[in-house]
Design a protein around this ligand. Structure first.
Ligand SMILES: Cc1cc2nc3c(=O)[nH]c(=O)nc-3n(C[C@H](O)[C@H](O)[C@H](O)COP(=O)(O)OP(=O)(O)OC[C@H]3O[C@@H](n4cnc5c(N)ncnc54)[C@H](O)[C@@H]3O)c2cc1C
Length: 492
């Protein structure tokens, strides 16, 4: 920043449209919010997205894996998240992962069949199959549009519109201002759902928020994912098993060459992989950090690929750069400090919430990846009215945010935000005073299992009571040891 300022002259802005529910951001949270609102009866919804497709990180960012949808033999995460896969399963090569019918099984043949695909077999004993799904991003882009088209009478989609600020009247948000090829315009709305992932609207409303998380966390890393084609994942897995030392050296080697941590991860077919990466201490809302992530990743890709071919020719001999994600991989920047702030205690002690809106399996080892409850208040801002903030900028402390930004949690909170907004509009109230029982009933009708709800099979709640998890289990000790090893990543 130079310190100089330019005084922008005041001007009148045309009002482009008006609606009941405005969703800003078409990522997994925003897309789910719009679809869920329409299915809950909302008739006048606008979904605004700065790029030309839906999905955000999950399509444009090439985050191509949804982990931990089940625990033991129960699929705790369903609703719109499972609908994605039910639709994609009809398309050859679009998804890979154990089926719903297979979860929880300890059948050795099935465990063996899925062992090469990260996350499909449980960490804890006895080993069992877990619903973890890998998918093809372009197929998902197509499917997400189709889901919106099915509700075209209720949802108006606005691609290529970049929201820049909220319209405030006192502590109430009344709409937003956005930029487009048609210039700067305004939209008025009864309820605004900020699903930008970076709190682009919320931080300008006066609602409390925090910036980048603890620098040791996954959340404070950015990425530019790219894909490698022409490989054989099964051969790579066999090679890793037969050559553990060489495999460790390969991993260290690509991190050293890149200058940041990176790792190959399987795709929806065995002939390509995505190269996930983690640029430490980067904020995906800062121009400099975003620019450096793009340039540093692209400028090292060829060398990383050459090294993979040399270190593991059996799997990578014919490998090539298949493509580069169209958009930056954003994990976390600004995040809400709302009416409820989630902390590690919510994972270790699994409190029960009357306003639970999602029950989510997590990647948090201190609770053996058991489902935890997310309260509605974790997406409800303090001080500001008519605003909800689902998705990766959910209200959490510096540590818990690492376990709350997975795709299922973004879809789940987005779905709940959409239903809550629809109920508030139809009841003539606002999202702070919404009838939460009604919201929960509609979520269950939309195939979201909620704990203790009379419409949900009680064996789900029992499953969480029967199995031990929490701070003092063996797995939690292992998780703490692994957390220590995060510091070692910095050496690469
Ligand atoms: C590299 C990487 C690897 C990951 N790995 C996994 C994994 O393996 N499994 C997993 O479950 N999760 C993973 N995650 C996390 C997960 O992908 C994200 O947290 C999740 O997809 C975020 O969804 P969202 O809808 O909250 O945000 P986003 O996907 O970021 O969506 C926000 C949307 O809003 C739009 N937008 C933003 N600002 C504006 C604006 N001002 N105006 C208009 N539109 C706007 C964006 O273009 C985007 O479409 C990973 C994340 C990254 C980056």
């Amino acid at each position: 920043m130079t310190g100089r300022v330019y005084k922008e002259p005041a001007r009148e802005i045309p009002v482009y449209d008006e609606c009941d529910i405005l969703v800003v951001g078409g990522g997994s949270a925003g897309h789910s919010a719009a679809v869920a609102a329409a299915r809950a009866g909302a008739k006048n919804v606008i979904l605004m997205e700065r790029y030309g497709y839906m999905g955000g990180d999950v399509t444009g960012g090439y985050v191509l894996m949804v982990p931990k949808l089940s625990w033991y033999d129960k699929s705790f995460v369903r609703g719109l998240q499972e609908e994605w896969f039910a639709r994609l399963e009809k398309i050859p090569g679009a998804v890979l992962g154990p089926s719903l019918a297979q979860i929880g099984t300890s059948d050795p043949a099935l465990l063996n069949a899925w062992r090469s695909i990260h996350g499909c077999v449980s960490e804890s004993e006895p080993k069992r199959l877990v619903r973890a799904v890998y998918y093809e991003p372009n197929q998902l882009k197509i499917e997400l549009d189709k889901m919106l088209l099915e509700h075209k009478d209720a949802i108006r989609v606005q691609y290529h519109c970049w929201c820049t600020k909220p319209i405030m009247e006192g502590n109430e948000i009344k709409g937003v201002v956005f930029e487009s090829k048609e210039g700067r315009k305004a939209i008025y709305a009864k309820t605004v759902i900020d699903a930008t992932g970076d709190g682009d609207i919320l931080w300008q409303t006066g609602a409390p928020y925090k910036e980048l998380a603890d620098s040791n966390t996954r959340s404070s890393t950015t990425a530019l994912v790219w894909r490698v084609g022409g490989i054989d994942w099964n051969l790579y897995y066999e090679w890793q098993k037969a050559n553990p030392e060489a495999s460790g050296a390969l991993y260290a080697g690509i991190c050293r060459i890149a200058g940041f941590r990176c790792a190959p991860i399987p795709g929806s077919k065995y002939d390509w992989a995505w190269i996930n990466n983690w640029h430490a201490d980067r904020d995906c809302s800062k121009i400099k950090d975003m620019t450096e992530t793009e340039i540093n990743t692209r400028s090292t890709m060829r060398e990383v690929l050459d090294y993979l071919k040399e270190a593991c020719p059996v799997a990578f001999r014919d490998a090539y750069i298949y493509d580069i994600a169209p958009q930056l991989g954003c994990r976390c920047s600004r995040r809400l400090q709302g009416e409820y702030v989630m902390t590690p205690a919510d994972f270790a002690l699994a409190p029960k919430f009357d306003d639970v809106i999602a029950w989510h399996s997590t990647i948090c080892m201190i609770n053996d990846c058991a489902p935890i409850e997310i309260p509605y208040r974790a997406m409800l801002p303090k001080k500001v009215e008519n605003l909800l903030c689902p998705g990766r900028h959910i209200s959490a402390d510096d540590v818990a945010i690492d376990w709350l930004t997975l795709i299922p949690q973004c879809v789940g909170t987005g779905q709940a935000a959409g239903v809550a907004a629809a109920v508030a509009v139809s009841d003539g109230t606002n999202v702070r005073n919404v009838n939460i029982r009604k919201v929960q009933d509609i979520l269950v009708e939309q195939d979201v299992p909620l704990p203790r709800h009379p419409g949900v099979d009680p064996s789900y709640t029992q499953c969480c009571q029967e199995h031990e998890y929490g701070l003092y289990t063996e797995l939690a000790k292992k998780a703490r040891a692994e957390a220590e090893s995060i510091k070692a990543y910095r050496q690469w």
